[in-house]
Design a protein around this ligand. Structure first.
Ligand code: MOS
Length: 752
């Protein structure tokens, strides 16, 4: 990767929260949490905790001067529980101690008497009990009920997809310092500096201008720090505010896995109808979203499930319903794809079931129904600049899809102990926050008198390379070397009211604000040069750090121009602001144009199954992906490869298990398996369609963070097709992840 952050990462020079120098008077925060998944706190006995050497203070909800509330969308989540606990890990007390060990000792002293209340972990049960986070939502298009009459084949089924632990390398972390006049300065590992600032303001009851939140970089996030970094930062701020000492909270890996939210597990029903030419006539689906104990971002995530329910297909009659269900599990949250993957998995399952019934390859149905320009999505938006068919065609040109399947068939005829399988997976993903308001960003750019440039935006660097992209945008716009540009930490006093770095839109929004700010500066500088050369400013251009007068580029170097501007008392700073144009959504009608544009691509995934062992590997993967005109090709390739592997992990490997009491059964890296380098397919070939400039984002680029995740869905069906090669007539469930353990049980079941 070309991302200059990476060099520092590899050398171990990048500083994360836990690496920051700390003062001697720092206190460590340890959280005492509920050990039952639903109950009423009868009594808390802190025992001798306060007499343990080093323990300074134990904070409970009564110590909160403001509102004990951190719910971002629904006000349903207390920072520290006041009486009812709703999941194992629900925070009750904050212990502050001078070293980490005494905090741990204090934990052992404290006993909570909690009388149990009924526990629900299954979203369908929660639905039956009426425990909904929000009213049920339905997107409607055409007439589904009439649609069934025109179908030759109608099939129904159920689909389950598991949760997913983010497993960011850096666990949740924050350090808060008391600052002058009852303020706080907080270093937080968050995707949402402003959300942290707001919640601190609510809980501490101090105005936002007394709270400075600073974010240098995150050691990974993947959505897990969009909302769920907030409680730890607020607790650190609360501790600092009360004790007037700095407070540091860094979750242990075990606590992070046990306490914080993950990808929402979904349980869904589908019904799909096709005519005898493989055209999908009607599609119906119901998503039961397992929200866990608190709403968190669930309703926004479910909305994206509805938006992406038909993936890359044109379907004339659609009815999709989403239900957000409370359960007594950790509050499930944002995770790369934000509800899209779960819904697309249901669509692909429906197609695969239909294919089984119709005795055709799923790819035939997929290809037949791909979107084209002018097609209307179930939410009313018209497909424009639609490259999904093109990506399929390019994939076919490159890998000869039909021949790949034929070769696999021939191989399988000859081999009993090894079976091969393949799947094609098209992905269409909408770009913009579905909450229109959030599609805004600011940038503040300074040029110093030595010619170096400092860029501040609301974008948070979390390993995705957004800083590198912003550097490229600034250097391109100012026509100077990228080495002159530095991206500063994300800081709420420099760029205010930031949207989270999420929804794949970090570079789109903040990059465009950066470009605008740089353009303003470049125009100012052109005026200065024009004045000096006695020409009109339209004669002035900039190239590679030189000022060009009517195309003659050896006139003046960048630094001299900057000094000239300074000597003429011209401002070398600019703030700019960007909002995504032409997006809207009417929630009454559930229609609108919620996205600036879509990202498209198609992947072919081949797998090989060891029939005796149930183990499998992915032998060959080919991805054709649309990033528009890439802002940084290596960064984009890294995102595509990483996103795909993470999606594949979700679909086949990472099994998040809770028992029926709500205890996590996969609470460590020894029981929860994430992809490692040996899991990566032998041949992973990514090709981007770079000739396609995107008219709707900065410098013709496209967002890249989330869409490639969903190619992982193809891995599920490739493995499934290996099993089908062993036993073609068995009806397998749709239940992800399809772990080797499950595969072995399917094979055993197939033999009986
Ligand atoms: Mo992302 S899953 O929109 O933080």
């Amino acid at each position: 990767m070309n991302n200059d952050e990476i060099v520092k990462h590899v050398r171990g020079e990048s500083e994360f929260i836990d690496d920051l120098d700390i003062p001697n008077n720092i206190l460590y925060g340890t959280v005492f949490v509920s050990n039952v998944s639903h109950g009423k706190i009868e009594k808390i006995d802190i025992g001798n905790a306060l007499s343990i050497k080093g323990v300074i203070r134990i904070i409970d909800y009564k110590d909160i001067s403001g509102e004990n509330q951190i719910g971002a969308i629904v006000k349903d989540e207390e920072l520290l529980s006041e009486g009812e606990v709703r999941f194992i890990g629900d925070p009750i007390l904050l212990i502050l101690s001078e070293d980490r060990d005494s905090g741990k000792k204090a934990l052992k002293e404290i006993k909570a008497d909690i009388s149990p209340l009924p526990v629900i972990t299954d979203p369908r049960e929660s639905f039956k009990a009426g425990n909904l986070v929000a009213p049920v939502r339905t997107f409607n298009k055409g007439d589904v009920d009439k649609g069934w009459d025109n179908c030759k084949f109608v099939v129904e089924g159920k689909v389950d997809s598991g949760g997913q632990e983010h497993f960011y390398m850096e666990t949740q972390a924050a350090i808060a310092y008391p600052s002058e006049k009852d303020g706080v300065k907080v270093f937080s590992s968050t995707q949402s500096p402003t959300a942290v600032q707001k919640s601190i303001s609510t809980v501490l009851k101090i105005p936002m201008n007394k709270i400075e939140v600073d974010v240098r970089r995150l050691g990974g996030a993947f959505g897990g720090k969009e909302d769920q970094a907030t409680p730890w930062a607020v607790m650190a701020a609360l501790g600092a505010f009360i004790t007037k000492r700095p407070v540091k909270i860094v979750l242990s890996r075990e606590d992070d896995i046990r306490i914080t939210g993950k990808r929402h597990p979904f349980s869904s029903d589908f019904k799909i109808g096709l005519d005898d030419s493989c055209r999908i006539i009607a599609y119906e689906a119901t998503f039961y979203q397992n929200c866990g104990a608190y709403a968190d971002l669930s309703t926004a995530i479910l909305e994206r499930s509805l938006f992406h329910s038909t993936n890359s297909y044109f379907i004339p009659n659609v009815r999709v319903t989403g239900i957000s269900c409370y359960t007594n599990l950790p509050p499930f949250t944002a995770f790369r794809g934000f509800g899209g993957p779960q819904a697309m998995f249901v669509m692909e399952s429906a197609i695969n079931r239909a294919a089984e019934v119709m005795k055709v390859d799923a790819r035939i149905i997929q290809e037949k129904n791909l979107l084209k320009d002018g097609d209307i999505f179930p939410y009313g938006m018209v497909a424009k600049n639609c490259n999904i068919r093109l990506s399929w065609k390019k994939l076919d040109e490159y890998s000869d899809i039909e021949n790949t399947f034929k070769k696999i068939e021939a191989f399988n005829k000859k081999n009993d102990l090894i079976k091969k399988g393949a799947a094609v997976i098209p992905v269409t993903f909408g770009i913009s926050f579905t909450n229109k308001m959030m599609n805004q960003a600011g940038a503040l750019v300074h040029i110093y008198t030595d010619g170096s440039v400092s860029v501040n935006t609301g974008a948070v660097e979390m390993g995705q390379g957004v800083n590198k992209k912003i550097i490229n945008i600034a250097s391109d716009t100012l026509s100077i070397s990228p080495s002159l540009v530095r991206v500063e930490s994300t800081n709420t006093t420099r760029v205010a009211n930031t949207s989270p770095t999420a929804a794949s839109s970090g570079a789109d929004l903040n990059g465009m604000a950066t470009r605008t700010a740089c353009k303003v500066l470049s125009d100012r500088l052109a005026n200065i040069a024009a004045e000096k050369f006695g020409v009109s400013s339209d004669k002035i251009t900039f190239k590679d750090g030189m000022t060009c007068n009517i195309g003659n580029c050896d006139e003046m170097v960048w630094k001299d121009l900057i000094n000239l501007a300074y000597s003429k008392r011209v401002s070398l700073s600019s703030h700019a602001y960007y909002t995504t144009p032409d997006i809207y959504f009417d929630k009454e009608k559930e229609k609108g144009k919620p996205f600036a544009y879509h990202v498209f691509g198609t992947a072919l995934i081949e797998a090989e199954l060891d029939v005796l062992r149930g183990t499998y590997k992915f032998t060959k993967v080919k991805i054709i992906h649309d990033v528009g005109k890439s802002l940084d090709i290596k960064t984009d390739l890294g995102q595509i490869e990483g996103g795909f592997i993470q999606g594949l992990g979700w679909m086949v490997l990472e099994e998040l298990l809770f028992d029926d009491k709500g205890n996590i059964m996969t609470g460590s890296s020894s029981t929860y398996k994430i992809p490692d380098i040996r899991f990566v397919p032998d041949k992973l070939d990514v090709q981007i369609m770079e000739e396609l400039k995107n008219p709707y984002a900065v410098l013709g680029s496209k967002a890249v963070g989330e869409p490639p995740f969903m190619y992982g869905i193809g891995g599920y069906f490739a493995v499934r097709n290996c099993i089908a090669a062993v036993s073609p007539d068995k009806k397998l469930p749709f239940d992800s992840p399809i772990t080797p353990e499950k595969v072995l049980s399917y094979l055993a079941f197939a033999d009986s």
